[in-house]
Each structure stands twice: as structure tokens, then as C-alpha cells.
Design a protein around this ligand. Structure first.
Ligand SMILES: [Zn+2]
Length: 550
């Protein structure tokens, strides 16, 4: 009984200190003045921002192989007083960079990996790779970290001068295209002391949303079969084909599809189907993504697939094992933080696009056969000029893509700032999505995003009530009935060998095109590209348009 009373007393003391802590630390007028200064500072850093965007674009590194990108970014952060811990969660290209002291601790992240076969000359309105067949930033992940670095360095100056307490933690989304890192960061405790997280992702508008994002969560699993090789003509009866097992598993899954809910997405590639026809394949593997709207449904797909893989193993007399290569929860984002961010988005507004920016955008949309309207029925015609509204949760969703930022969003109040560095109406995961990413479109979009982020961070550091309400929403709304259960097990390991071979093949040639800001003002200048480069009137579309979607 005494203990209970004591606990209650301590709890009430904590409540009181929370109230004191919750008051805004600076007068409104002062905050406004600091915000104006921040916008001005970020505007002054435009060249530095452009150089970072162009540099990361030129590295074009696939998931888990972001060696140059991580080195370049952490060097900048180290030079600016950040303490950098490298190789976190057993991922060599990962890191956490920390600056400041005390509460709140705000984590700021963005992805850094690129897309296979998406090499593309920036500013050229048709498929024209820098290095044929090489990876490239066909998702625009070269822009988010430059945005974060710009925002944070401008804010850091002000925090130092004004003695604003708080800690900034910067981190990269490694191998986002494989949903490969963020669940591991969470599992290994890297987000346990974080008070809030802002994530940035390229888009074609400056926007933020909250609640259920409408996307799917997923688990990525590779099924490996081992059989027995034999001469396919001389003694096929002595062989046990691992490829047969892969094919039977795929057939089973494709029959199963008919009886699944329409929100599911599942897709696979055969990563090893044997070596040559006259050798019965002793090794074969198939790599699946299983996506659904909720954890139990994703888990059900995963369990069903394991059963089918065992069935295929039985039917073929082979041995099966499986490896998890990545995972993501369905996203849910924080309302109070999104509302705070949206006020700043309105203050910043959309960038001013030049006639050349619009010419490029329309030419690319024409080249790629963009639809006339987007999924929300808004017209697609050049670059967006009007700000999007604050997006509310999707009421009905038919499912869609995934992002492992969701795993962080179920552990720490999180929002995703989307910024206008790309052209609307493109297919995604495609060379076309790389065209704008080292041009004035991306440069201006990143500067606008950096302003919105820096202003919101300032709000969060000087108005503790934002973080208090963020946690109230997180506890009382978001996680009231849904509890996070990791899709990865305690023993699953990040798939850090993915993409090693592809990068080894292409890196020597790609190196010749790394951006050299000492010699060239922009990457466009280095590549000798006139901005924008459009097809002369009368030239028909290239045969490759819209046919290389991944
Ligand atoms: Zn992405």
C-alpha cells in the first residue's frame, strides 16, 4: 500500500514537470523571426544543396552497397560536428550521426539506394542511359539526405546561437527497395530513445499526411531448394530438380491467388533456375514479396507460402530452406506532427518552376505515355504548381506499395515529408523517374523541402507540446488496438550481400561519371547536357518508352 502511494506521488510529480516542460520555450515573435532567418539561410545554401543532390545521383548505388553515398554524407556530417556511429545493426553502409544534447531527441532519415537498370542522363526527355544497363536513381533517393543535411545544418547554427536544447539524430534508409534495414534498426534498439522521427521522400508535391497511409506491409522471402544433379539426357532418373520445386511452388501460389483478398500483392522472381539444360539443376531459388494491409494477413501469406514450399519439397524429393530478405509494416503516421508540418508547408509553398522545367516535365510525360489524371483524379500536366492538401487517412484502400519507414512509425511518432523533386505521372522504379533528379527541378524541390523540414524541427524543439500531443496520438489512437510485432525474427540478419555482384559489374564504368563539383558547377554541365534536351518536333517516340518498367 505504501509503495502504491509513493508511486502515485512520483507520478504526480512527473505530471507537473511535464506541464512545465510542455510550455513553449520561446515567444511567438521570436520563433517567427527565427523561421524567417532559417528560410533565408537555406536559400543561401542552394549551391551546396545542388552539389549534394548531384553527387549522390552520380553514385547510383543499389541497396546494401551504398558505400560512396554513405562515406560522402557522413564526411559532411563529421565536418559539421556530428558524432557518427558507422555500420549500425550489422549493415556496413548504415550509420547514425548525432549532434546536440538533451531532450527532445529527433531522428531525421531518408533512403539512399537506387534502382537496377535505371541509369539515365538527367535533363534528357527520353531513355538515354549514362551507363547502359547500370543502376540509377530511378526512384529519386538521391535527394532526401541532401534535403535533411541542408535543413539540419541551417537549424544547428540557430540552435547553437540561441542555446536551444535538443538532439538531432540523422540516419539513412539503406536498401529501401529491398525493405531491408529499418525493421533491423528498430529490433536492435536504435530508435528506443528517440522522441519523434521525420522522414523525407521524393514526390511531385510538397506534402505530408497522417493516419493509415493506405499502403501494404510486406515480407520478402527467398526459398532455396537443393536437389541432385545428373545428366539430363543420360541419367535424368538419377536427378532431383530444384527448379521443378521452384516451378511447383509458383504454380501452387498462383492457384492460391484466386482465393486471396484483392488487397494482397504478391510477386516473385526466379533468382536461380539452374545453369544449363543438360544438367539437372541441383540448386534453384525463388524470391517472393508478400504484401497485405495488416500484420495478421501478411503473416498468413508468409505461413501459406512456407507450406507450399514444403509441398514442393515433398513432391520433388528436394530439400528446402528459406531466408527473410526484408520486411515492412503497413504505414501509420502521426497527426499532430503532420498538422505542425503542414502549417510550415503552407508558409514555404511550391517552388517556382521555370518554362524549361515545365517543358522537360511535359516532354517526359508525353514520352512515357503518362495518364491524364492521377489516382486521386487530379490532372497530370507538367509540374504541380498548387500545394496538395493535408492528406487524411485512406478510408478504403485496395493496397499498394510498402516502405519500411512504417516499422519506425509503429515505434516512434513519425511523419513523412514529401517534396517536389520529380515529375508527376511517371511509372516509378523506372529510368524516367531519374530524369529530373539532377536538374533544377530536383534542386528547387529539395530546397523547398529543406525549408519545410527545418521550420518544423524548430517548432518541435521549442514547442514541447507538439511532441506531447504526438505521443498522446501514438498511444491513444494509433497503437490503441494495434500492437507492433516485428515481421523479422530475433535471428534474421540483414541481407547485406544483395546487389554485390551487380555493383561489382557496373561500378568501374560508373566511377568515370562521378560528379566533380571542383570542376563543374552542375552535373548537367559535367555531362555536357543542354537543359532541357527535348526531341526535335516530328521525331516519334523511342521504341523503349514504357517498356522497361521494372
Ligand atoms: Zn522510395
Amino acid at each position: 500500500m505504501k509503495l502504491k502511494l509513493l508511486l502515485r506521488f512520483v507520478a504526480s510529480l512527473l505530471c507537473m514537470s511535464q506541464l512545465v516542460f510542455s510550455q513553449t520555450k520561446l515567444p511567438a515573435k521570436k520563433i517567427d523571426a527565427l523561421k524567417k532567418e532559417l528560410v533565408g539561410e537555406i536559400e543561401k545554401e542552394k549551391v551546396f544543396t545542388q552539389q549534394m543532390v548531384d553527387m549522390v545521383f552520380s553514385f547510383g548505388e543499389l541497396g546494401f552497397q551504398e558505400v560512396e553515398t554513405s562515406k560522402y554524407l557522413t564526411d559532411i556530417l563529421k565536418k559539421n560536428g556530428f558524432a557518427v556511429q558507422e555500420g549500425i545493426a550489422g549493415i556496413p553502409t548504415s550509420w547514425m550521426a548525432t549532434w546536440g544534447s538533451g531532450k527532445p531527441v529527433i531522428a531525421i532519415g531518408s533512403d539512399i539506394d537506387c534502382i537496377p537498370k535505371a541509369s539515365q542522363k538527367p535533363g534528357v526527355a527520353w531513355h538515354d542511359p549514362i551507363v547502359e544497363g547500370a543502376p540509377g536513381h530511378g526512384e529519386g533517393h538521391n535527394s532526401g539526405q541532401p534535403l535533411n543535411v541542408t535543413a539540419v545544418l541551417a537549424l544547428k547554427k540557430i540552435m547553437e546561437r540561441e542555446h536551444i536544447p535538443g538532439t538531432i539524430v540523422m540516419w539513412p534508409g539503406v536498401a529501401e527497395e529491398q525493405l531491408g534495414s529499418k525493421a533491423y534498426y528498430v529490433r536492435d534498439g536504435f530508435f528506443k530513445d528517440i522522441d519523434a522521427c521525420i522522414f523525407t521522400h521524393v514526390a511531385s508535391n510538397l506534402s505530408v499526411s497522417y493516419g493509415d497511409g493506405g499502403g501494404n506491409g510486406m515480407i520478402s522471402v527467398k526459398f532455396n531448394f537443393t536437389g541432385e544433379s545428373a545428366h539430363s539426357a543420360g541419367a535424368p532418373w538419377r536427378g532431383r530438380s530444384a527448379l521443378d520445386a521452384v516451378e511447383l511452388m509458383d504454380i501452387a501460389w498462383n492457384y492460391h491467388r484466386e482465393h486471396m483478398e484483392p488487397t494482397q500483392r504478391s510477386h516473385y522472381v526466379v533468382v536461380d533456375g539452374g545453369d544449363q539444360p543438360n544438367v539437372v539443376p541441383s540448386q534453384a531459388s525463388v524470391w517472393y514479396y508478400f504484401r497485405e494491409r495488416t500484420y495478421p494477413k501478411i503473416k498468413q501469406m508468409y505461413d501459406d507460402a512456407i507450406k507450399m514450399a514444403h509441398g514442393a519439397e515433398l513432391m520433388t524429393g528436394t530439400k528446402m530452406s528459406y531466408t527473410v530478405l526484408g520486411s515492412a509494416w503497413p504505414g501509420h503516421f502521426n497527426k499532430p506532427m503532420a498538422e505542425a508540418m503542414y502549417q510550415n508547408i503552407k508558409m514555404v509553398g511550391m517552388p517556382e518552376w521555370s518554362a524549361d522545367d515545365q517543358l522537360l516535365a511535359r516532354a517526359v510525360q508525353k514520352e512515357i505515355n503518362s495518364p491524364k489524371t492521377d489516382q486521386r483524379n487530379r490532372p497530370i500536366d507538367g509540374l504541380d504548381t498548387k500545394l496538395d492538401s493535408l492528406r487524411e487517412p485512406e478510408k478504403v484502400s485496395m493496397g499498394g506499395g510498402s516502405d519500411d519507414i512504417a516499422d519506425i512509425s509503429w515505434n516512434v511518432p513519425t511523419i513523412v515529408l514529401r517534396f517536389p523533386a520529380n515529375i508527376p505521372g511517371l511509372p516509378g522504379h523506372n529510368w524516367a523517374n531519374a530524369i529530373s533528379m539532377a536538374t533544377p527541378i530536383a534542386h528547387k524541390g529539395v530546397t523547398a523541402g529543406a525549408k519545410a523540414e527545418a521550420l518544423t524541427l524548430l517548432d518541435m524543439f521549442v514547442k514541447p507540446q507538439i511532441i506531447d500531443s504526438a505521443w498522446a496520438y501514438f498511444k491513444n489512437v494509433q497503437t490503441k488496438d494495434t500492437k507492433y510485432i516485428a515481421l523479422i525474427s530475433p535471428t534474421d540478419k540483414p541481407a547485406i550481400d544483395l546487389n554485390k555482384k551487380i555493383m561489382a559489374e557496373f561500378r568501374p564504368e560508373m566511377k568515370k561519371y562521378y560528379y566533380n563539383p571542383g570542376q563543374y558547377k552542375t552535373y548537367l554541365e559535367q555531362l555536357g547536357i543542354k537543359y532541357p534536351t527535348l526531341k526535335p518536333a516530328g521525331v516519334t517516340k523511342t521504341a523503349t518508352a514504357a517498356s522497361t518498367e521494372n
